[in-house]
Design a protein around this ligand. Structure first.
Ligand code: DGL
Length: 277
């Protein structure tokens, strides 16, 4: 037995900053009945250029903070955290923290969906951390060994989003640069995964730069459908998630700063509380 609250609680959704809001939006659309607790570690974002150890430590802090606040199920709505921390948390930490709680990521569901979308050459646009971890390449090779993967680190895209520049003309330069670098690695790419939860905000620009060359895949709907399937298959966990249809927001940064950008992701203002983790 752990010291975390045993009563049912909200589904925890974690990201280094705002990107996870793009996943949360779809979770709430597909599974509107549940309560959610969103945590953005904005004070320590971005994670994408940080080492394994640091991303793991920060992500573990966040998971514990969500467990302490009653979550039995936490979704890492962040590719960098899913790539660099999820496996260690699942295998090494959960057995000690509380073996009955669950932490899920975004990479596995995305990879499972790719099989029915790509003809065989997949481009992965992500943070330097996600791309260099090789997590997508490894998972794709497991499920679809005949597929080829090509990774493109895009270090400037998260800062552009976090600084509210995603729809400004300056963002075009970096989007075109990364898309062109990706196709220069392999002109046969037929599907591009936006393997960073911040990138849906740049989708119009990315789609324009890619044009007809490939399909561009975002993760929100894929992750939401996968969580629905998970909860259908695990009714024991579903009963440990409360169903009031509410959402609370937590940030490690200044709440007023969070509000401004959260509105861009969610198209609606939110009330956010500050926490230290
Ligand atoms: N949104 C995160 C992801 O999906 C990364 C953002 C960051 O670099 O902190 O990878």
């Amino acid at each position: 037995m752990s010291n975390y609250p045993s009563a049912p609680g909200p589904i925890g959704v974690f990201d280094s900053g705002y990107g996870g809001l793009s996943i949360l939006k779809d979770l709430r659309r597909v599974l509107p009945q549940y309560d959610y607790l969103y945590l953005g570690d904005n004070a320590r974002a971005p994670y994408g250029t940080r080492s394994y150890d640091v991303v793991y430590r920060f992500t573990l802090d966040a998971v514990k903070a969500l467990f302490e606040r009653g979550c039995h199920l936490v979704v890492l709505a962040c590719n960098t955290a899913s790539a660099k921390a999820l496996r260690t948390i699942q295998q090494n930490d959960l057995p000690d923290l509380d073996p009955s709680r669950r932490v899920l990521g975004v990479i596995r569901p995305t990879v499972e969906a790719i099989g029915s979308i790509s003809k065989g050459t997949v481009g992965i646009m992500g943070t330097p951390g996600t791309v260099s971890s090789g997590s997508y390449d490894i998972e794709i090779a497991k499920f679809f060994p005949h597929f080829r993967t090509v990774g493109q680190p895009c270090p400037m895209l998260v800062p552009l989003v976090e600084n509210n520049e995603a729809s400004q003309p300056g963002a075009d330069y970096f989007v075109e640069k990364y898309v062109n670098e990706l196709f220069a690695q392999d002109a046969d790419i037929d599907t591009i995964v936006l393997a960073c939860t911040h990138y849906p905000l740049l989708l119009p620009k990315i789609q324009k730069a890619v044009a007809e060359r490939a399909k561009v895949i975002t993760q929100g709907e894929i992750v939401a459908e996968s969580l629905k399937d998970y909860l259908d298959r695990h009714p024991d966990m579903a009963t440990r998630c409360t169903t009031g249809g509410t959402c609370r927001y937590l940030t490690t940064e200044n709440p007023s700063k969070f509000n401004d950008l959260a509105r861009i992701f969610l198209n609606t203002p939110v009330k956010v509380e500050h926490i230290d983790i």
